[in-house]
Write a protein that binds this ligand. Structure first.
Ligand SMILES: CC(C)(COP(=O)(O)OP(=O)(O)OC[C@H]1O[C@@H](n2cnc3c(N)ncnc32)[C@H](O)[C@@H]1OP(=O)(O)O)[C@@H](O)C(=O)NCCC(=O)NCCS
Length: 176
């Protein structure tokens, strides 16, 4: 048996993640995340984690530190985005694997919370991965000024016991 193909997959930090790496995972479709309807402008991520199976990139999670205002107090959160697994290898725990690696790194970045935006059908999956829904409107920056995020907002603690603080939430950047 081939040792490489039988080894359990591991997540690694990626040194590059461009349109072509995203296409390697999700194909060339116009709206692979299903969020085009929201009409938002998004930020690219700065740190990237991935999983390769037999040399092929099949999973990704990106991280980006972003400024927020919560109850009028400014802080930073680690934004999580670009979570993607190739269609033919979904349902095998690869999103969990790559998210676990990304959050392990996020815990070293400083902010107390991770934040992500997702379509409503993905809420149960992210709950399973330790995320909680923020049940309030979240404003995010767009070119024309702040808008209410139409997707669901979820957060996860990056420090033991961290709670989400009370008060209005505004992302002081484009969403990630
Ligand atoms: C969303 C996506 C990344 C999930 O990838 P995946 O590899 O199939 O996910 P996993 O197999 O790691 O599943 C993660 C966990 O969620 C659970 N899960 C999956 N679907 C679920 C559902 N509908 N309800 C509850 N839990 C669910 C899994 O059982 C697993 O939990 P476990 O490890 O405790 O068993 C993948 O479907 C994808 O790339 N979709 C297209 C791109 C996209 O929409 N990305 C999200 C942008 S926010």
């Amino acid at each position: 048996m081939d040792h490489l193909s039988s080894a359990p997959p591991t997540a690694v930090r990626l040194t590059r993640y461009t349109k072509s790496e995203q296409a390697e995972i999700l194909g060339e479709g116009a709206d692979p995340f299903g969020v085009a309807d929201a009409g938002l402008t998004w930020l690219p991520k700065e740190e990237h984690f991935g999983v390769r199976l037999e040399g092929r990139l099949v999973a990704h999670t990106g991280l980006l530190r972003v400024p927020v205002s919560v109850g009028g107090a400014e802080a930073e959160v680690v934004g999580v985005g670009g979570v993607a697994v190739a269609a033919d290898v979904r349902g095998r725990g690869l999103a969990r694997l790559v998210m676990t690696a990304a959050l392990g790194h996020a815990r070293t970045m400083g902010p107390r919370h991770g934040l992500l935006f997702c379509r409503p059908p993905l809420v149960p999956l992210y709950r399973r991965l330790g995320w909680q829904v923020l049940e309030q409107d979240v404003r995010v920056e767009q070119r024309e000024g702040p808008v209410i995020m139409p997707l669901r907002t979820m957060w996860t603690p990056l420090r033991e016991g961290a709670q989400w603080p009370a008060g209005g939430v505004r992302l002081l950047s484009y969403p990630m």
